[in-house]
Write a protein that binds this ligand. Structure first.
Ligand SMILES: [Mn+2]
Length: 304
C-alpha cells in the first residue's frame, strides 16, 4: 500500500482540504478518497486553530470509510486527561488555568460536555499510539521500542487502543506507563548537566531539554539537545544516553516538533511532518510509495 502521511493539523480545516485536493483525493459519499493510496494522520487534530470540529469530521469520515488511518497526538491524549475523572473529584489532567488555556478553543468550538464532545473523546481513546506499517513507521513524537513494549503490555488492547484501566495508568502523572506515553507522544527529554538551564519560548527556566532522537550523529549534549538556541554551545560535549537514538533502517515519520521554513527531511530515514500550520507555516505530507530511502521530492504542502 502507498501512503500519504500528513502532519499536525491543529484545527486548520482549510489547509487540510487544500492539501488533500493537492494529493488528488476527492470527497465522495462524505469522505475524501484516492483510487490507490491511503492517508495516515499523525495526530494533533485539535487545539489552537479555528475549525477543529471540521478537521475531526474530515479525518473521522476518512478513517470510517477506510481511506485513512489516524494515530494519537499529545493534544488528543491531553484532551482525554482533561475529560476523564480521576476518581477523587478531579480530572486526570488537572483543570488548572494554564491547562484550560491550552484547550479552551477546542472546548468552546465543540461544546464541553456536549454529545459531540463525548463522541470525540471516545474516538480519541481508540487512536493507536503508533503504527508499524512494515516498510514505514509512524508515531506522533518519538519511536521508542521500550516505551512501546511497556504500553503494549499494560495499557493497550489487541487493537492498540487504550482500554479503561490502561488509560488511567497512561494518564497518571509519574506512573511508568505515563512516562512511556509521554516519550511516544511528546518526545524524550533529558536532564541537562548540573549547573545548566535555559529559558523556553514562554520564558520558563528549564533544566530538561528535548532530544534529537532521530539523528544518529547527535551524540553529545551540545549536538543532541533542542530548543536551547545559542545556549547549546555552552553545554559540555559529553555523551547523552543512547537508548532513545533511532538506529534502524526502516523510515520513520512523526510530527510534533514545530519545524519552520520550507519542508525538508531530517535524514534519508526520518521525516518530521509538522511545519507549524498553526503558526503561519504549512500543512505538510510525505507521499510514500514503498521507498526505503526517503526523498525531499515527495514532500507536498499547503498553507493555512
Ligand atoms: Mn504534538
Amino acid at each position: 500500500m502507498n501512503y500519504d502521511v500528513i502532519g499536525d493539523i491543529h484545527g486548520h480545516a482549510d489547509a487540510l482540504h487544500r492539501l488533500l485536493t493537492k494529493l488528488d483525493y476527492r470527497e465522495r459519499d462524505g469522505a475524501y478518497r484516492h483510487s490507490d493510496r491511503r492517508a495516515i494522520f499523525l495526530g494533533d487534530f485539535i487545539d489552537r486553530g479555528p475549525e477543529q470540529v471540521e478537521v475531526l469530521r474530515v479525518v473521522r469520515a476518512m478513517a470510517g470509510a477506510g481511506t485513512a488511518r489516524a494515530i494519537m497526538g499529545n493534544h488528543e491524549f491531553n484532551a482525554l486527561g482533561w475529560g476523564t475523572p480521576d476518581g477523587s473529584g478531579g480530572f486526570l489532567r488537572p483543570h488548572t488555568e494554564e491547562n484550560r488555556k491550552q484547550h479552551a478553543a477546542f472546548l468552546d468550538q465543540i461544546g464541553e460536555g456536549s454529545p459531540a464532545y463525548r463522541e470525540a473523546l471516545a474516538w480519541f481513546t481508540c487512536l493507536p499510539i503508533w503504527l508499524d506499517l512494515g516498510g514505514l513507521r509512524v508515531v506522533h513524537a518519538c519511536w521508542h521500542g521500550a516505551s512501546q513494549h511497556r504500553l503494549a503490555a499494560t495499557c493497550l488492547d489487541a487493537t492498540g487502543c487504550l482500554h479503561g484501566p490502561g488509560l488511567h495508568k497512561a494518564l497518571c502523572d509519574g506512573a511508568p506507563e505515563n512516562r512511556a506515553a509521554e516519550i511516544l507522544l511528546k518526545g524524550p527529554e533529558i536532564r541537562l548537566p548540573a549547573g545548566h538551564s535555559f529559558r523556553d519560548k514562554d520564558g520558563h527556566i528549564r533544566h530538561d531539554a528535548r532530544l534529537r532522537w532521530w539523528d544518529r550523529e547527535a551524540t553529545t549534549f551540545r549536538s543532541a539537545t533542542l530548543g536551547l538556541g545559542e545556549g547549546a554551545s555552552a553545554l559540555p560535549d559529553d555523551p547523552v544516553p543512547t537508548h532513545y537514538r533511532y538506529d534502524d533502517s526502516v523510515p520513520v515519520m512523526f510530527g510534533h516538533y514545530w519545524m519552520s521554513g520550507r519542508p525538508q527531511l531530517l535524514s534519508s530515514t526520518a521525516s518530521c511532518l509538522d511545519f507549524s500550520v498553526a503558526k503561519g507555516g504549512v500543512l505538510t505530507a510525505y507521499r510514500w510509495s514503498g521507498e526505503t530511502v526517503l526523498s525531499n521530492d515527495n514532500l507536498v504542502w499547503a498553507p493555512a
